[in-house]
Design a protein around this ligand. Structure first.
Ligand code: FAD
Ligand code: FES
Length: 244
């Protein structure tokens, strides 16, 4: 874990209630699937947000405004300083034998899929991305995945995307060809992915957290191999481990 005082270089709205924040911050030791923990002025607990993108001297996150902390975050300005913890959790295992990974993101579970897609493409994999959102005005990152060269499909409940309905149904309907999956999203979507796709994969869990680095039991979940702390043992788990 590293602690930085990072300068905000971008904090812009990209979809309904969704913002992209870029921090001028070392990305040393950062890995796709990890998260950062942001200190929000006046709040005791930090807010965990997945790493969406990172590179030389920057980390980008995408967050949805759902409560007090993210509401304060949205009003932060370019040039403001934030206290962040980086290198949290262990990320996705990129060494799994596969050629055609499928990345499935639901709502604000989509951001960690972006850093992952970049790494998998760099390893020569043929990446397909399937995203699920409620409505057209909530969709984000589609063009960015396409720009990376990923085949990208969007399912929305309002029917504005490539499919009307759930992302798991779209995967079946479009007969997507894949040999492994990585996913992050709401619990109901993760369960559908786990039960309907008939493949093993990796699931990133966005459980409620307190400390974010293994010092409390605020994020404990029960897995097939016993109790695990999502912040330290996850947030990424093998799908066969998780009982959703
Ligand atoms: C490892 C990890 C990665 C995450 N990555 C992202 C991300 O990339 N983008 C993003 O938008 N959000 C992400 N989250 C969720 C994010 O941390 C919460 O939305 C945020 O902490 C809410 O803070 P708040 O003060 O605005 O809301 P609060 O006032 O704390 O809560 C407002 C509402 O949001 C719900 N909520 C709070 N935390 C969570 C959570 N962890 N999961 C589900 N519901 C929650 C509460 O139950 C409540 O209904 C992630 C969470 C974890 C644990
Ligand atoms: S949030 Fe404290 S142990 Fe995970």
């Amino acid at each position: 874990m590293k602690n930085y005082c990072a300068e905000i270089t971008e904090n812009v709205k990209i979809a309904k209630d969704v913002y992209r924040m870029t921090l001028n911050c070392s990305s040393e030791g950062v890995f796709p699937g990890q998260f950062i923990n942001i200190k929000v002025e006046s709040l005791y607990l930090r807010r965990p947000i997945s790493v969406c993108d990172f590179g030389d001297g920057f980390i980008t996150v995408i967050y949805k405004v759902v409560g007090k902390g993210t509401d304060i975050m949205k009003d932060m300005k370019v040039g403001d300083k934030v206290d962040v913890l980086t290198q949290l959790g262990h990320g996705f295992d990129l060494e799994k034998e596969c050629n055609k990974p499928l990345l499935i993101g639901g709502g604000v579970g989509t951001p960690p899929m972006y850093a992952l897609a970049k790494e998998l493409i760099a390893k020569g994999k043929e990446v397909t991305v399937c995203l699920g959102f409620n409505a057209a005005d909530e969709v984000f990152l589609k063009e960015e995945f396409e720009a990376l060269g990923c085949k990208t499909f969007v399912a929305t409940l309002d029917g504005s995307g490539d499919h009307k309905g759930f992302v798991t149904d779209m995967i079946k309907e479009k007969n997507i060809d894949f040999d492994y999956y990585y996913t992050c999203g709401p619990a109901v979507m993760l369960k559908a992915v786990q039960t309907t796709l008939g493949f093993n994969g990796q699931i990133s869990m966005e459980e409620r957290m307190a400390c974010g680095f293994g010092a409390c039991v605020g994020c404990t979940i029960h897995t097939k191999s016993g109790a695990k702390q999502v912040c330290k043992d996850g947030p990424v788990f093998d799908s066969s481990e998780i009982e959703l």
